[in-house]
Design a binder for this molecule. Structure first.
Ligand SMILES: [Zn+2]
Length: 292
């Protein structure tokens, strides 16, 4: 009798465990079955997509730096949205972005902007077909040509009217692209200010990004190299010339970084990665009329 009771109890606990697993479906689309994906879409989940690039990041950071940082940030965004009752599904991070500035370096994969735009339009169309009505994308790759390819895809998709997509961009980048808080295709995220550091630009594989990778994937940082890299300390005119890209950019930053990698710390990386993710979440929640 006792044995039979124990077996029944074990079966009940097993069933409860399975039910518990079903009650909390995965948020990563890659882990879902098509049935879970469809149920999430029809149940009002928003789609989240990180759009990065395979790009050189100096002699100390991996080529997927701009992919792994926004991918980690979307995990945080999904948690923040869930806490306010917004369900979400995160697509696999996109790695084949547009490299203009660093295109002269090996490892910066050169995808034509129109190819990326076409691919994104097809992905959004598939999301609409599945039943998604809202999608938000972010990037970890701040090359303006990459953002313009994203915006072109978002605008074309929204013109079709089957799904509403918004590009959630850090405010300074958004302004450079001509976006305003009234832009129907974008949301401007207010990132926390970077920690006080050197009074020079830190734009690429410098203290900021090196810190971020130390937080997201410390095993990927060449820790024997980063502390020995001298700061670039470029003038504004040199930064403007660097933005022209190609051979000019490689001549100005021959090692492939612009900033001060040796100043990086994991603590600064955690503050940057999570602070920016919270800014993305705040922007999305505000667009949905929800308090942060
Ligand atoms: Zn980067």
């Amino acid at each position: 009798m006792t044995g039979r009771f124990a077996a029944a109890l074990a079966a009940l606990l097993l069933a409860l465990g399975a039910a518990g697993a079903r009650a909390e479906p995965p948020r990563a689309a890659a882990d879902m079955t098509w049935l879970e994906f469809e149920a999430a879409a029809r149940g009002g989940a928003v789609a989240l997509w990180a759009l990065g690039a395979m790009e050189e990041h100096g002699p100390h950071l991996p080529l997927d730096t701009d992919v792994i940082i926004p991918a980690r940030q979307l995990e945080r965004v999904a948690e923040r949205l869930a806490a306010r009752g917004v369900k979400s599904v995160t697509l696999p991070a996109y790695a084949w972005g547009v490299n203009h500035v660093t295109s002269a370096f090996p490892g910066s994969i050169r995808v034509r902007p129109e190819v990326m735009t076409e691919l994104m339009v097809d992905v959004f169309d598939s999301l609409a077909q599945a039943g998604f009505r809202d999608a938000y994308c972010i990037t970890g790759h701040y090359d303006a040509a990459h953002s313009r390819a994203i915006l072109a895809a978002v605008r074309r998709t929204n013109a079709q009217g089957r799904i509403r997509v918004r590009y959630v961009a850090p405010e300074p980048l958004g302004r450079r692209l001509g976006l305003t808080p009234e832009s129907p295709d974008a949301l401007l995220a207010r990132f926390p200010p970077p920690p006080a550091g050197r009074p020079f630009a830190d734009l690429h594989a410098g203290a900021g990004e090196t810190s971020a990778v130390l937080h997201v994937a410390p095993e990927k940082v060449r820790r024997d190299v980063a502390p020995r890299l001298a700061p670039t300390d470029l003038s504004e005119a040199q930064v403007a010339a660097w933005r022209q890209g190609g051979a000019a950019a490689r001549a100005i930053t021959p090692d492939g970084y612009l900033g001060a990698p040796a100043d990086a710390t994991p603590e600064a990386g955690a503050a940057k990665v999570l602070g920016e993710a919270d800014a993305y979440a705040d922007a999305i929640l505000a667009a949905k009329g929800l308090a942060p």
